[in-house]
Design a protein around this ligand. Structure first.
Ligand code: CP
Ligand code: NVA
Length: 308
């Protein structure tokens, strides 16, 4: 049985729980059973969005529907949270109506507070600090292609952002070598890197942090990138584009990785910036399998957190 109460920060999820989620996700995807369509019958997930979304919104809503439950889309432009009602009051009120809350917002602390003051499971649908649902779907995708995770090298190039943080945690817990290359001033959070190194020591994984994109890409099994301009950073666009150029994933960079290397991107992507058109639309790119796997991975999370 899982001890997982929320899905907010992969550092709080045990390695065997991550592997269990991946197994359940694979089985929900490959062998859907009629009974699965009722596993969350009568349950409602509230989905709070303070930022835009295509994949997260649609995959959670479809996932709840496929499990027999329903999802409510709650934009902060419409609910009182956006007009200054506190997180604590929102959490307490929503816990009286809902069986689970998924939230996408800016401050990671707000998600922790939602879990602290509410009494239903909380799922982190992205904060400025982390994107655990994405990383779980990424592990599922990598495992589908390589039939294993431990020992594989994943190179992440670009901004040391929420996606990079969750990949560090996910890779470390599953024995992967995660090599992150970022410009010096855009490095990952030191505490997250430190904790990932500790986790990797236990699993036989490895964490490498560098400013050298070529070094990170060398002999990688997976090359991963994300936008250089995350939601909320729009006013830094010109500056970021001028700094991140050498981290673009293009054909030269892919040629440094292993021959069988996959290209992944959480999407939305900006062709010609963090990735060239030839790579993202080429044969190594598995971005749409990766996007689809958001659905399967999150259904596993929903079942483990909300099934009676
Ligand atoms: N990758 C991801 O989270 O996409 P959305 O912003 O469309 O949800
Ligand atoms: N780092 C990106 C991920 C989008 C899914 C952002 O936060 O905007």
């Amino acid at each position: 049985m899982t001890t997982m109460k929320h899905f907010i920060d992969l550092a709080d999820i045990q390695a065997d729980e991550i592997l269990d989620l991946l197994d359940l996700a694979a089985s929900l995807k490959q062998n859907p059973k009629a009974a699965d369509s009722q596993r969350l019958a009568g349950k409602t997930l509230g989905m709070i969005f303070a930022k835009s979304s295509t994949r997260t919104r649609v995959s959670f809503e479809v996932g709840m529907y496929q499990l027999g439950g329903q999802a409510l889309f709650l934009s902060t432009q419409d609910i009182q949270l956006g007009r200054g009602e506190t997180i604590a009051d929102t959490a307490k009120v929503m816990s009286r109506f809902l069986d689970g809350i998924m939230i996408r917002t800016f401050s990671h602390q707000d998600v922790l507070d939602l879990a602290r003051y509410g009494s239903v499971p909380v799922i982190n649908g992205l904060t400025d600090l982390m994107h655990p649902c994405q990383a779980l779907a990424d592990l599922l995708t990598i495992k589908e292609y390589f039939a294993r995770l431990a020992g594989l090298k994943l190179a992440y190039l670009g901004d040391g952002n929420n996606v990079a943080h969750s990949l560090l945690q996910a890779g470390a817990k599953t024995g992967m070598h995660v090599a992150v290359a970022t410009p010096h001033d855009y490095a990952c959070d030191e505490k997250i890197v430190e904790a990932a190194c500790e986790a990797a020591n236990k699993t036989g994984g490895k964490i490498t942090v560098t400013a050298d994109a070529l070094e990170a890409a060398k002999d990688a099994d997976v090359i991963y990138t994300d936008t250089w301009i995350s939601m909320g950073q729009e006013n830094e666009k010109a500056e970021r584009i001028s700094i991140f150029g050498e981290y673009q994933v293009n054909e030269h960079l892919m040629s440094l990785a292993k021959n069988h290397a996959l290209f992944l991107h959480c999407l939305p992507a900006y062709r010609g910036l963090e990735v060239s058109e030839a790579v993202i639309d080429g044969p190594a790119s598995k971005i749409f399998d990766q996007a689809e796997n958001r659905l399967h991975a999150q259904k596993a999370v929903l079942v483990r957190l909300m099934e009676s």
